[in-house]
Design a protein around this ligand. Structure first.
Ligand code: NAD
Ligand code: TYD
Length: 342
């Protein structure tokens, strides 16, 4: 059935992959993309859909009621019932360690503004895109289930947890038609090149040092971004209101193994690996039990890491201009601040 969707953060990594996927899988859906275009938002990701009928970009900030209202006005003009998929966030743990306040503002206050306007205007469904980092850190064994107690450790994870709880409160207090997804680490096209995989690919291509935190033995559970986007679509269309769904690919790797795989794929020497001071409070291991979404909604990842890591590396190799534009300017200042003294 045709829908009108407000997508927040649609110019970021996962949001732009989601918008591009919808153009392919649900071409008749109308989309309003509300994005503040922070350092992480890039409209160049969306050139394939920018002129599509029924696609509207609204440059606005989710912490500002007037901006969110503007997105709803555009969605109302497009017609039909409105649903929301909420990606917009400050998303980088390292940045949250440097400064927590933008995370409180966008992730917590912004989510609350979005909830308030969505409730006032009326929405069919609201998917809140969250993260496995709300569950904290695991030892060598075990998995996060939807019932694992929330125990976030970084300012980023704590702000996402707070936003999850405000969504939960809206569901329980107001009968608000929301669902929450919690996904593991994503990789794929359009990821901002300060996150592990694109950073390592970009540095290796330029024969620059690859900064591995601590001993490189922290483990993440990696999922190809397209699989995450398909899971969100499944939750939007088929999920039970009020429920939480974990999303993951059963694909755990220590960071150092990923870095070595990237070097191998690019034919670069391991001598580029540089161990740097660990991230403060660095979570040891994330691993998702995704059996609920598999059993109840029939979603499973379609890509293995062995298929999708090479695809991702090739994508970054072919997107030299995209990468260079991002790696210039403001990003350079961030990089100097993060790694200069390490
Ligand atoms: P990203 O940082 O690449 O993109 C965030 C987008 O939100 C950008 O386009 C940015 O401009 C926009 N934005 C930021 N603040 C805003 C504001 N105040 N108002 C409007 N727009 C704003 O993030 P991402 O990696 O694409 O993550 C998207 C969502 O998925 C986040 O909520 C994140 O917590 C969640 N998530 C990410 C991962 C991952 O591995 N990247 C894993 C699980 C969950
Ligand atoms: P990141 O991509 O920042 O995701 P998150 O911290 O949200 O899981 O980092 C993934 C892992 O890679 C994490 O254990 C930290 C590590 N890492 C490095 O070792 N070096 C780096 O330069 C970066 C950015 C991350």
């Amino acid at each position: 059935m045709s829908k009108t969707l407000i997508v927040t953060g649609g110019a970021g990594f996962i949001g732009s992959n989601f918008v591009l996927m919808l153009a392919e899988l649900r071409p008749d859906w109308r989309i309003v993309n509300l994005d503040a275009l922070t350092y992480a938002g890039n409209l160049e990701n969306l050139t394939d859909v920018q002129d599509k009928e029924g696609y509207v970009f609204v440059h606005g900030d989710i912490t500002k009621t007037a901006d969110v209202e503007r997105a709803f006005d555009e969605a109302t003009k497009l017609g039909g019932d409105i649903s929301v998929v909420h990606f917009a966030a400050e998303s980088h743990v390292d940045r949250s360690i440097v400064s927590g306040m933008p995370f409180v503002q966008t992730n917590i206050a912004g989510t609350q503004v979005l909830l308030d306007v969505s409730r006032a205007r009326g929405v069919e469904r609201f998917v809140h895109v969250s993260t496995d980092e709300v569950y904290g850190s695991l030892g060598d064994t075990g998995f996060f289930t939807e019932d694992t107690p929330l125990a976030p450790n970084s300012p980023y994870a704590s702000s996402k947890t707070a936003s999850d709880l405000m969504v939960r409160a809206a569901i329980h207090t107001h009968g608000f038609p929301a669902l929450i997804t919690r996904c593991s680490n994503n990789y794929g096209p359009y990821q901002f090149p300060e996150k592990l995989i694109p950073l390592m690919v970009a540095n290796a291509q330029e024969d620059k040092p690859l900064p591995v935190y601590g001993n490189g033995m922290n483990v993440r559970d990696w999922l190809y971004v397209r699989d995450h986007c398909e899971a969100i679509l499944r939750v939007l269309e088929k999920g039970e209101l009020g429920e939480v769904y974990n999303i993951g690919g059963n694909n755990e790797y220590p960071n150092i193994d990923i870095v070595k795989l990237i070097l191998q794929a690019l034919g670069k020497p391991e001598s580029l690996i540089t161990y740097v001071t660990d991230r403060p409070g660095h979570d040891q291991r994330y691993a998702i039990d995704a059996s609920k979404i598999r059993d109840e909604l029939g979603w499973e990842p379609r890509y293995t890491f062995e298929q999708a890591l090479p695809l991702t590396i090739e994508w970054y190799q072919s997107q030299d201009v995209w990468l260079q534009r991002i790696r210039s300017g403001a990003y350079r200042e961030y990089y100097a601040e993060q790694y200069g003294a390490r």
